[in-house]
Structure formats: C-alpha cells, structure tokens
Design a binder for this molecule. Structure first.
Ligand SMILES: Cc1cc2nc3c(=O)[nH]c(=O)nc-3n(C[C@H](O)[C@H](O)[C@H](O)COP(=O)(O)OP(=O)(O)OC[C@H]3O[C@@H](n4cnc5c(N)ncnc54)[C@H](O)[C@@H]3O)c2cc1C
Length: 481
C-alpha cells in the first residue's frame, strides 16, 4: 500500500489549488480524480469571472475567500501563464434599481472592495451597446475574467513540476480512519495518508458520508450558456451583470479571457443524480436570450459557436471550509459554488497552511517555476522563426480557426499532466475551440494522439471512458500529417 503525507480528493480548481499550495512544502502529496482530466466538473463549465467581492454577505467565508482570492489573480496568472484580464464589472439597473445598487455598494465597502455607482452617461462611455433602459450601474474596476480550465490545468502542472502526483480515472470508493492513518480505497487500489483533503465538488458530501462525517444535503443548479465567436468581441468591454436576484448573480454578458463573448448562465434546480449531466435545455437557452436582450440588445446570436452547461453545488448559504473536529486531519471543502473559482487560490493556501501546521511540514526553499508554453498567436515573428527552425512541428497549423500548431499539441500531450484525450488537448491549446468547433482539426488531433500515445486511432477518446470517436476500423492514414 503506497503511503502519502497528504491525499487530495478531486481535481477541480479547488483541489488543484490545494495541491499546488501543498507542493511548496516538503511532503509526499497525491491528488485522486475520477475523470479523465482535471477541470471536468464545475471548474470547466462556469462564467470564468474573477468576482471583485461586493456580492458576498460581509463576514462570510464567501466574502473572505473571494476578496483574498481575487487579489491573488494578477500575480498568480502571470506566474502560471494563464489568460486573465482585469476588465472591471458593471451591475446594470433601471431607475427603480438604485436602492439595490446602494445596498451592493454598502456591501462592497464592508468587504473592502473598490466600487462606485455610475450614471447612465458614465455607463454608456464604458459600454456603448448597453440597453437604453439602464439608468445606473455599480462599477467594480478590479473584477476580471480568467480561463477557468486553463487555471486548473496550470495549477496541476505546477504542482507536478514541484513533485506532487496526480492519478486520473481513479474514483475514491471508501475512506476510513484507523488510529492516526487514513485509508483511501479507489477502484484501482488502496493508499494510506496522514492527512486527507476532500475537494470533491458535487461528490464531497458522499466522501464525508464514507468516513462518517455529517453529509449535508447538496442543492444543484444548472447554468446554460452561449459562446460567441471572437468576431463578436467588443460588443462588451466589461463583465455586465443585471441586478442579482433570488437565484444568484443573473444572466451576464462578458468578454472571455480567450477573446470570445459569453452569455449566461441560467439557474435551473436539478436533482443530485443529474448534478454531473451538464446538458443545456431549449428552455434554459431561451432564458439566456431573454436576459441578454434586456442588457445588451445588439448581441448578434448568429455569432454563436457553442452552447454548454455547468452545475453549481451548494450546501446552505456559505462555503464549508474547515478541518473535521471528529476526524482530526480530515479537511472538508463542501458547497464551493460561486465565487469558488475566484476563491480557489486563497482556499488552496489556507488548506495547505492548516495541513502543514498539523503535520509539522517544512517549506521548500523555493518552488520550481512552470515554464511558459509557445503560442503561435502570441509570439512575435523572430520567436516564431527560431521556434520553427528548431522544430518544424511548430510551423504546421492543425487548427485553422485558432491557429494551433502540431508542436503546441505535442507539447500538451507531453506536459507535466499529459493530455490523453481530444478534449484534454482542446482545453490546453484551444484546438477545436474556434468557429468550426473541431470540424477540420479533430481527425488530425486524433492522429497525433494515436501516434504519440502509441494506441490505435479506434482507441482515441473525446473525453471519458466510452467516448471513443471512431471505435470501428478506420483508414489509419486518414488525416496523416
Ligand atoms: C454555472 C456556473 C457558473 C459559475 N461562475 C463562476 C464565476 O464566474 N466565478 C467564480 O468565482 N465561480 C463561479 N462558479 C463556481 C466555480 O465554478 C466553482 O466554485 C468551482 O469550479 C468549484 O471547484 P471544485 O474544485 O470545488 O469542484 P469541481 O470542479 O466540480 O471539482 C470536483 C472534482 O472532484 C471529482 N470527484 C468527485 N467525486 C470523486 C471521487 N469519489 N473520487 C475522485 N474524484 C472525485 C470530480 O470528478 C471533479 O473533477 C460557477 C459555477 C457554475 C456551475
């Protein structure tokens, strides 16, 4: 039985943040994730907003971790080479919404967040396309947008570079404590650990039940989204929200960190057994169109290239971020719904500090940096020339829409946490994320994966087990490059 100092269960943005922070200490750490990659749960399908922190109730864990987390994004994303823009955000209101904006401003002040109420003219200077019905808006200049899955992957990569281990496609089936040790049983084996962190998102209550902790009831709400082509960029410059309501922050229009435009989300309650389905509905999408029409009427829905859905998991009103008093050295992260993405880096540091104090871990002298990856679209002509002459694969474009080269795809397959499915490649380098949504490049990505992994084309998967794209005999030279 392999022994670790700390085992983290769940490879979302929270679990990988914890793992990365732990990898700064001299300890043997392991993350177990049941899916084929990190960032396949709520951390893949969300709005990607780094919330400024005016919305969370003062005094709550949500407020504390949101504000601290948001302040970490500029340096963290620079260090991990993750797309992030501090765009600012607006909560737009009609004449009658002014008292509600004042309440938000009051919360912003209590939470220590920069914000001000703008007049209609000031709002239109920032957002010329906003509805003429908008009379005021709360402006938070320090809100931003980030690529949530690239952040999750980069945190995982950085942790691996610093000695942490990640095992994918390994589901935790049982957790028990005997004496000072935890026994973590998965579908592939059993591990012993001195400390366990439960960061299993929609599966976190089930993990609590395994060990015998309280397993609070979770509620799940699906959010439907549209993504617009990068041609639509510029329709908004900031993150534009309506006034928040009972169901959350409402349907927003925002630029994405990668240059698209995002519309959504809804908030549709679903039962627990549908928490991982993540499917849009026509009714949900109709609600998005309606909400967007009230905020930015000129949004061109002919520019839609993708719809998707993500599911929030909540437990009561606040995050549960605490070490168990019943099972010492068992740390619980439950109900990490919005603003969980924003809070993740701060949660990671908090959990790592608690584990380190409890186990008496020493900090490493320094962490190894995560080397930057070459991106054709971001490089200048001298760098491109040098790169292509050193390796011609960086001169062969595979994804025409996003201009992704074979060299970049190979780098994703060979990264610290290697991509071994088509979707894992897509999340790392954007091959298949453009206007044609993989219509042209998918067979070529499959061929590269087949060649690199040394498996037949028929075994190449889109994502999870059972998602083989061409499970029957195919011409093996199709798409050869
Ligand atoms: C629609 C929507 C919009 C949102 N918008 C924002 C936003 O704009 N800004 C913001 O700050 N936050 C936002 N959030 C919240 C944010 O996305 C989440 O708080 C965050 O992603 C939660 O991360 P996590 O790591 O806890 O969960 P997840 O990403 O779900 O990760 C949990 C992982 O645990 C794994 N797991 C579960 N059970 C087991 C098991 N038994 N064994 C092994 N692995 C297991 C799962 O496979 C999963 O990968 C939004 C969420 C949604 C759904």
């Amino acid at each position: 039985m392999e022994k670790y100092d700390i085992i983290v269960i769940g490879g979302g943005v929270v679990g990988t943040a914890v793992l990365r922070s732990l990898s700064a200490y001299k300890a043997r750490v392991l993350l177990l994730e049941k899916a084929s990659d990190v960032a396949t749960g709520a951390s893949r399908a969300n709005s990607g907003i780094v919330h400024a922190g005016y919305d969370a109730e003062p005094g709550t864990k949500k407020a504390y971790f949101n504000v601290l987390g948001a302040s970490m994004f500029p340096s963290l994303t620079a260090e991990l080479h993750v797309p992030y823009k501090m765009t600012g955000s607006l909560v737009a209101a009609r004449e009658s919404g002014l008292p509600a904006l004042k309440e938000l401003l009051d919360r912003a002040e209590k939470n220590g967040v920069k914000a001000e109420i703008l007049s209609a003219d000031q709002v239109r200077k920032l957002e010329p396309n906003i509805s003429t019905e908008v009379a005021y808006a709360l402006y938070a200049p320090e809100a931003g947008v980030v690529s949530p899955y690239k952040l999750t992957i980069a945190q995982a990569d950085h942790a691996v570079v610093n000695g942490a281990e990640i095992r994918l496609e390994e589901v935790v089936l049982d957790l028990r404590k005997e004496g000072d040790e935890f026994f973590v049983r998965t579908d592939k084996g059993e591990y012993v650990a001195s400390y366990v962190v439960n960061a299993a998102g929609a599966g976190a209550s089930a993990i609590n039940a395994m060990i015998g902790e309280d397993a609070p009831e979770e509620t799940h709400a699906v959010g439907d989204y549209y993504i617009l082509d990068s041609q639509a960029a510029g329709v908004v410059n900031t993150v534009v929200f309506p006034l928040p309501g009972e169901k959350g922050k409402g349907i927003l229009v925002a630029p994405t960190a990668d240059g698209n435009v995002i519309l959504g989300p809804t908030s549709r309650k679903v039962p627990h057994d549908e928490a991982e389905v993540n499917a849009v509905t026509p009714e949900g999408l109709a609600l998005v169109r309606e909400g967007v029409g009230r905020l930015i009427p000129s949004v061109d829905l002919r520019k839609v290239i993708r719809v998707y859905a993500g599911t929030r998991t909540a437990v009561g009103k606040d995050f549960i971020i605490e070490e168990s008093t019943r099972f010492l050295r068992y740390f619980m992260l439950l109900g990490i719904c919005s603003p969980g993405l924003t809070s993740a880096p701060a949660i990671g540091d908090c959990v790592a500090a608690a584990a380190a104090a409890s186990l008496g871990l020493e900090k490493k002298e320094r962490m190894l940096p995560l080397p930057p990856k070459f991106r054709l679209t971001e490089a200048d002509s001298d760098t491109i020339r040098d790169k292509v002459s050193a390796d011609p694969a960086f001169g062969r474009i595979v994804c025409r829409c996003e201009k992704v080269t074979e060299g970049e795809i190979l780098a994703a397959i060979r990264s610290p946490l290697p991509a071994h499915t088509v979707d894992a490649v897509k999340r790392r380098v954007r091959a298949g994320m453009g206007r044609c949504q993989g219509g042209f490049c998918r067979p070529r990505v499959m061929e590269i994966l087949s060649r690199e992994l040394g498996v037949p084309l028929s075994e190449i998967r889109l994502g999870e087990k059972g998602s083989e794209i061409a499970p029957y005999e195919v011409k093996q030279n199709y798409g050869k490059i």
